[in-house]
Design a protein around this ligand. Structure first.
Ligand code: GLY
Length: 382
């Protein structure tokens, strides 16, 4: 057995690593457990920080959380850059939403109504204005919207920076799978690793994405339900074509293109409800490239370097679960679905507040699994 820490964080994706980093900065001793940190959904993600470009009718309840996380991202990135000495490739020139045909332009008009209703930073663009911002866009484009405050970051760089910062700060990263949570008198007091090693702690934070509900040692319903939402995503390389991300609609289908400073272009993503199926399919690659080329014709000249599958952790109401559970000492931070990269800083802040007993801003309380309308029944074994 090793020396107890204040908190064990289960899961080394961007959410778990950011949470561990922020807990450590508040003076807590922290251990992170993950067999391969940063290789799950974070590795696949394009890194759009896009509460506006990704806003959709029906998902408005996410907006307060998403906007708060966008607000704190620049400071989070600056702190991380200072702590690690690594650049995160943060782009802060907005995201251009593009409509390819007349029906797609109507989708944009509909979204502009949503943006206006919530006072979001979005401005309608003519096709000509869109092309003057991004000359590689197709002349056939029918209209655009500039989501001025949206940003993008390279999630793989963020993971490298978080791991470097944790290392510098002396946070232990245990490269092993967590089999179960241990409880003493019903209170979560650590974890058991796959090889039987026991790690004792004052608190446990479950931030393991789609694997969160399969961590053992807990009564049914203690951890809220999470399902895998498959995303296939492509990475291309060549002459830079875009200066900012483009979130487009082509004959009604969404597609996004996220440029990196080093010439990489990320094109995503499918959204498939088919469990943990890690196959890259010909249809997905074909459709993503077809729609990306319809928006930016020169994409056809780039080298296709990588195809990746990731699994977004989806929840029944598509909102994340961040906060305490019915089990004392057990906090969850999962279910971030399409927004894990965007929501990492605010998630870390919420978990810090929970573990240090700070008061939470009331507008962030509804994301807790113990918020009345979201509470799942816990079956306590007799
Ligand atoms: N946020 C983009 C995606 O999940 O595909």
């Amino acid at each position: 057995m090793t020396r107890p820490t204040d908190a064990v964080v289960v899961g080394g994706g961007i959410v778990g690593l950011a949470t561990a980093w922020r807990l450590q900065a508040r003076g807590l001793s922290v251990t992170v457990c993950d067999r391969e940190p940063g290789t799950g959904a974070t590795h696949a993600a394009a890194g759009m920080l896009a509460p506006v470009a990704e806003a959709r009718w029906g998902d408005e309840r996410l907006l307060p959380l998403a906007l708060e996380s966008l607000r704190v991202w620049p400071d989070f990135a600056a702190d991380l850059r200072d702590a690690s000495g690594l650049d995160l490739d943060l782009h802060a020139d907005g995201i251009l939403i593009a409509g390819r045909d007349a029906d797609d332009r109507r989708i944009l008009e509909d979204l502009l109504v949503l943006h206006a209703r919530h006072d979001l930073a979005a401005a309608a663009l003519s096709a000509r204005d869109a092309r003057s911002l991004e000359p590689a866009l197709s002349p056939a484009l029918r209209g655009g919207v500039l989501a001025r405050s949206d940003m993008a970051v390279d999630p793989r760089r963020v993971v490298r920076a978080l791991l470097a910062s944790l290392d510098t700060a002396g946070v232990r990263v245990v490269r092993a799978h967590v089999a179960s949570v241990t409880r003493t008198g019903g209170v979560a007091r650590g974890v058991v690793l796959e090889d039987g090693t026991r790690l004792d702690s004052g608190a446990v934070v479950l931030a393991a994405g789609i694997a969160t509900p399969s961590v053992g040692g807990l009564p049914e319903g203690a951890v809220p339900p999470v399902r895998p939402v498959k995303g296939q995503i492509l990475r291309l390389r060549g002459e830079p074509l875009l200066t900012r991300p483009v979130q487009g609609f082509v004959h009604g289908s969404p597609v996004y293109l996220v440029p990196r400073t080093d010439g990489e272009l990320v094109i995503g993503a499918t959204q498939e409800e088919m469990g943990v199926d890690s196959r890259v399919t010909a249809r997905a690659v074909y459709e993503l490239l077809r729609d990306a080329i319809a928006l930016v014709p020169d994409v056809g000249e780039l080298e296709l370097c990588e195809t990746t599958v990731g699994f977004r952790p989806g929840t029944p109401d598509n909102l994340p679960y961040i906060g305490p559970t019915e089990i004392e000492g057990l906090t969850v931070a999962t279910g971030h679905h399409r927004n894990g990269i965007l929501l990492a800083p605010v998630t870390a802040a919420i978990v810090v507040a929970v573990l240090t007993g700070e008061r939470m801003p009331p507008e962030l309380l509804p994301y807790s699994p113990t918020w009345p309308v979201r509470r799942a029944p816990v079956v306590v074994p007799t």
